[in-house]
Ligand binder design. Structure first.
Ligand SMILES: NC(=O)c1ccc[n+]([C@@H]2O[C@H](COP(=O)([O-])OP(=O)(O)OC[C@H]3O[C@@H](n4cnc5c(N)ncnc54)[C@H](OP(=O)(O)O)[C@@H]3O)[C@@H](O)[C@H]2O)c1
Length: 332
């Protein structure tokens, strides 16, 4: 096997990013799309020049024409269809948030282990050279002791009241949707779960959080550290992150999304002296997660984002929601 034959589980908007990445990889083949209706699958397949169209997700999973699937369903369906895909012997790249409960995460991981199929969470920015570089700066001590991570992901959903992100039973809410990016950055840079979290939220009339801010506390022998994360559906589009250490500060103007690498800025503000622009190699944002799946499926390497990290992402979100709802600190 030298090529991975991909199928898309749904006609979701985000597929438009994965399809070019799969086609860009020499080891990927864009073979099929499945939708809840045959007409929708065929229309989508024609638009994107995908050879096969299936009128149900299960029909595509039953097909021996595909090896791997991309789960781009609304959040509440990630676990169900990931498990069904794994049981059908398909490798799975599942969108964030991976699942909405730890029971679901555990079942997904157990099914991957039982079937021997590859399972990974789709956090495209984690594979970008900029994120890896920031990780190296933290781990090799160039920033000194890390004292604070601040990260945010905001956008404005107010013109789209029917968006699935506003449906509580679909796993709606800004923390599940975009707050997971700052949380995953903190998990990556700190390498572990926070010891405790606090959170506050604004729940709108759709009964999901539309603004969320959280405090993730990491106890250290040499001095405690925190991550301040925030997410919003109610403010203009804005992403930002900074990592502060005893030797200086790294600032990222586009830490999570952005197809045009020329707009990214990674700036180091040293303890003394002038700010320095840090050059970052360019890379197509969604290609890394696809290549990582190909490595795992074809060469047997472990996925770059471990399932332990993924478990921790969901655990942190749930703890933050509990903290906000109870106005109490929640220990992890
Ligand atoms: N990594 C990223 O950059 C990124 C960006 C955006 C979104 N995401 C994630 O990707 C996932 C999809 O987001 P999206 O905005 O692309 O979704 P979307 O455009 O709303 O599409 C979701 C698809 O799911 C299918 N579906 C099945 N049951 C559904 C239901 N009850 N209601 C609505 N749709 C249903 C539909 O496809 P059919 O009609 O064809 O069955 C629909 O097209 C989410 O988990 C989100 O968090 C990731």
């Amino acid at each position: 096997m030298t090529q991975v034959r991909w199928g898309l589980v749904s006609t979701a908007n985000i597929n438009r990013r994965l399809i070019p990445a799969i086609r860009q990889s020499a080891r990927g083949e864009m073979v099929a799309v499945a939708s809840r209706s045959q007409a929708s699958a065929e229309a989508y397949a024609a638009e994107w020049e995908i050879p096969r169209a299936f009128g149900s997700y299960q029909a595509m999973l039953n097909s021996d024409e595909i090896d791997a699937v991309y789960i781009s369903l609304p959040n509440h369906l990630h676990a169900e269809w990931t498990i069904k895909a794994l049981q059908a012997g398909k490798h799975v790249l599942c969108e964030k948030p991976f699942a909405l409960s730890l029971d679901e995460v555990d079942q997904m991981i157990a099914t991957a282990e039982a079937t021997g199929c590859v399972l990974a969470e789709a956090f495209m920015y984690r594979h970008h050279p900029q994120t890896k570089l920031v990780g190296e700066w933290v781990r090799n001590g160039r920033l000194g002791e890390i004292t604070l991570i601040r990260a945010t992901f905001n956008f404005d959903i107010s013109g789209d009241p029917d968006n699935v992100r506003l449906v509580p039973e679909y796993g709606g809410g800004c923390l599940w949707d975009v707050g997971v990016y700052p949380i995953s950055l903190a998990q990556f840079l700190m390498g572990r779960l926070p010891d405790w979290v606090a959170g506050s939220q604004w729940v709108g009339d759709k009964e999901v959080d539309e603004v969320f801010s959280g405090h993730l506390h990491y106890a250290n022998e040499d001095g405690d550290c925190a991550a301040q994360i925030s997410a919003s559906f109610r403010t203009p589009w804005h992403t930002f992150a900074e990592v502060l250490g005893t030797n200086g500060r790294l600032e990222l103007n586009r830490p999570f999304v952005g197809l045009d690498d020329s707009q990214r800025r990674l700036t180091f503000y040293p303890r003394q002296g002038e700010p320095q622009e840090i050059p970052v190699p360019e890379k197509e944002l969604y290609l890394g997660e696809v290549e990582d799946m190909h490595d795992a499926i074809l060469a047997g390497t472990a996925p770059y984002i471990s399932l332990t990290e993924t478990h921790n992402h969901v655990k942190t979100v749930l703890a933050l929601y509990k903290a906000a709802a109870t106005r109490q600190i929640v220990t992890l």
